[in-house]
Design a protein around this ligand. Structure first.
Ligand code: BMA
Length: 307
């Protein structure tokens, strides 16, 4: 398999795995898919329509590499209140977490009022129920942990304030009302994640801690560069950061990551840990297609051991 620079993630040599040609209707782009195992692999992916707002569709695969996109959309902007007002500019960047037997989807609801985190639920990937908008505007990249910690559900989120976006965490007894907000991982001056950071994949539970794949942005004179990195959080108290990657695990290098609607972007919404210790990391490239790369849990843990 080809390797580039210092990337920890090994790209699949036949990337991209989903591109505009794979969408069974006219659209502008496809990107930022989240994947979970539901018998087969199910991907919930973001499609930007010709008008310019995003909707969510499902794709299915037996091996996690070859996906077929459903003809029918899975989630379109809501047509009824209380969701309609806050989704009028689209639904974006979903993350699916299996909790207590149900699949919870945290996604970004976009409107003229800004970005809000919203929560929906499905048990069968046929029907989906919206539960609530779970943040005020100005927050996105909501990612649920796969189990309660203590007696509360936990999520990572990304409020925007003071001109920067940092990773925070919030707690809830019912997944609807969230509080006890804590700053988790701020941007770092002089690093690859100096301008903005946000959670990407559902945290993976390892015996060394919660392994989180996140995205970080560096502003340059040529525009922003989006890369991926890792965080290691304490198992009992995930608000304690015990590791953070000093260098990115994946940086845009290939033409499909460099060129597109938004060039120089690798942006993940999900990763699938396999039984053999390998993690399939799914990512949107240049906001124009979806790719996959792999790394072992050990490689990812090693990447974040120097805080
Ligand atoms: C982020 C989000 C992502 C997008 C990325 C790069 O702020 O909007 O959906 O992939 O920017 O454009």
């Amino acid at each position: 398999m080809k390797q580039f620079g210092r990337d920890v993630v090994h790209r699949w040599e036949r990337n991209p795995i989903v591109a505009i040609e794979d969408i069974p209707f006219a659209c502008n782009t496809v990107f930022n898919g989240t994947v979970i195992k539901f018998g087969e692999y199910i991907m919930l992916l973001r499609i930007e329509g010709l008008r310019g707002y995003s909707v969510l569709a499902l794709a299915r695969s037996r091996d996690g590499y070859h996906f077929e996109v459903d003809d029918k959309l899975f989630m379109e902007p809501a047509t009824e209140e209380p969701f309609k007002t806050f989704e009028e500019k689209g639904v974006e960047d979903p993350r699916i977490t299996l909790i207590e037997g149900s699949y919870y989807i945290m996604y970004t609801a976009v409107s003229g009022f800004g970005h809000r985190i919203a929560l929906a639920k499905t048990d069968d990937f046929k029907t989906v129920e919206r539960l609530a908008a779970v943040s005020e505007p100005g927050n996105k990249d909501g990612v649920l942990f796969p189990r309660k910690i203590g007696d509360r559900y936990v999520r990572l989120d990304r409020p925007y304030g003071g001109g920067v976006g940092n990773i925070w965490m919030s707690y809830s007894k019912d997944m609807i009302d969230w509080g006890d907000h804590k700053l988790l991982a701020p941007t770092r001056d002089g690093y690859w994640d100096t301008t903005r950071v946000g959670a990407s994949a559902v945290p993976i539970e390892t015996d060394r801690g919660w392994l989180e794949i996140y995205h970080g942005v560096k502003g340059t004179s040529g525009g922003p560069i989006y890369r991926l990195g890792t965080l290691l959080l304490d198992l009992e108290d995930p608000s304690k950061v015990i590791g953070r990657s000093a260098i990115p695990i994946l940086t845009p290098r290939e033409p499909y990551e460099r060129i597109g609607d938004v060039g120089n972007v690798v942006f993940s919404c999900g990763a699938v840990p396999e039984d053999d210790g390998e993690v399939k990391i799914y990512y949107g490239a240049a906001d124009t297609c979806i790719c996959v790369g792999t790394a072992s849990v050990d490689e990812l843990l090693e990447s974040c051991q120097y805080a």
